[in-house]
Design a protein. Sequence first.
Length: 280
Amino acid sequence: MASPEERPPRGPRPKKRFGQHFLTDKNIIRKIVRAAGIEKGDLVLEIGPGTGALTEGLMEAGANVLAIEVDRELIEELKGKFTEGFEVIAADALKLSYVDLSRQRNARFKLVANLPYYISGPILAKLLEEREAFSIMVLMFQKEVADRIAAGPGGRDYGILSVLSQVYTDVKKELDVPSRLFFPKPKVDSAVLSFRVLESPRAPLDDERFFKSVLRSAFGTRRKQLVNSLSSLGIEKGAAHEALTEAGIDPARRAETLNINEFASLAHALYLRKKQEKMP
């Protein structure tokens, strides 16, 4: 006989094409709700509610839930299960404008989501870009991805998502979630991170898009010294060397050794150079 965590939940079956793994443990759900600081009357945005196990926990805590779900079969299931204080929108989470949604509701959301593994990186990048729509985000990732997001400088886990997450939010690892607590059981464990959105970036940025370009260039060839890896920005080696020196950074260093303030200083020095190049 299958153990309780291996038994399928009632209702629609999980679909592989949507990367669905339904959380089955109520204790983990309570911890996620607590991590988000849910209080009565809160407006919560939930991405990918599945069969509604986490939705139920949010609503029991007094939240009004606006759910985003792409699976129309699950939408019908959710509409039958929840009524007052619940709304579901049929949409692709990667294509929705969260800023528009927030403005329509005249409120910042608390975001809670058990993200499909295959879109976790792109969706986090989008959420950070539209962070003004949220006060806090509590998100579940594949454990390996969560470790990369929360990583600090100096190791191979540290990368673009680490820097972007930490420049715009306070990132905290809340809990690990064993694979056996999902149906179907994934091949890897998961982890829950909280992101408390900062009112302004942790370090001053001249241009956020340019800052991201600097990060992509720096980490794109992370084994190279920064003076060489920055060439993909269209900046000559001599100019890159000067910008690094101005920012107080040894040109021989590699991207994974820089902290957020150093990346901001480097981006500023490079931004001024690019701006000067465009001047007559």
